[in-house]
Each structure stands twice: as C-alpha cells, then as structure tokens.
Design a protein around this ligand. Sequence first.
Ligand SMILES: [Ca+2]
Length: 195
Amino acid sequence: MKKILALILALALVSSVAVFSLAEEGTEYTFEAEYTYLEDLEGLGVSGSPTGIGLASESSKASNDFFVGNLGVNSPITFKITSDAAATATLKIRVGTNVLGTVSWDPVSFIVTVNGEPLEYEEFTTEPGDDPTDQQNFKVKTLGEIELVEGENIIVFVAGENTYRSNLPSAPSIDYIRLTTTANLTMEEYPENIE
Ligand SMILES: [Ca+2]
C-alpha cells in the first residue's frame, strides 16, 4: 500500500512539474504602462484630475520607477504589441490600489480587451498593504491565456462599471503587463512620457 501511495505521489509531482513548465514556456516580456501612448487621455473626470502624460506617476515601488494612475473611463491604457507569429501568451498585470481602499475587479468593473474581444478573467482584489508609505501596494495578477495574432495586437485596460472613486468609475493603477510566449514581441513605446 505504501508503495502505491509513493507511486501516486511521484506521478502527481511529475505531472504538476510538466504543467508548470508548459505554462511558463517561452520568453517573459515586461511592457511598462508608463511607456504606452498617454496623450489625449483624460483621468478620472473629477476636477483637477491629471491628463495625458500627467497620468504617469513616480514611485520607488513601481517597476521602472513609474506607473499610470488616476484612470477613468476616458483613459484607456493601450498596449500595442507586435508579434512575429500567431501564438498563445499568458497575460499578467502588476496593479496598485489607485488609493481606492480594498476593491474587487472583474470583467464588468475593469474591462480588458485583446484585439477588441473582452477577456474573461478571474476576479481579483487590490488592497492597501501594511506599509503606510506604499498606498499602491503593487501586486502581480494573472489574467489568463490570450491569443496573439501575427503583426499588431491591441491590449486595452479601461474602467468599466463601478463607483469606486466618488461615485465615478475608476480602475486599478497599472505598473506593467507581462506576456509569456514563444513568439517574439515588441511594443510601440513612448519613453518621452517620463522624461
Ligand atoms: Ca512601470
């Protein structure tokens, strides 16, 4: 009996390792949100809210020292990614609280589209951490598998239906997205946003 249990355990370990390596196959690309095209975007909509490159904020806790925040329905963050082949990719996003307290995000309250198609992803929450100097408390969330086409792909993140900021729709702050895939990816970047 013990031998059988050991065999089952060994098989379970082998299969979980195989699944892990399959999901992580390929190259992991990180694309910074502060390098997306920010001109013409309007922040939350409340008076005095930032616009354009003003949506990029500095934080030592953010990758590349910047993130985009104060996002509303008129500030979709758009990643233009060119792929050298049609391929499946795992999409992750590093998000912060946007100083909204503890709130949950799902495909209705925070809309993610890939080449115009809404992405159905598992609900996640953003919440303040224990460090009062780090209100964003950035965390990486896995949104799931997406299909990239050869050529240009448009991945958009925008506030959906919610009343999280003074009864206006808002979105989490975005530090970067991460794509893991076997294809070669490049992004249209605007580094002058933060210069
Ligand atoms: Ca960043």
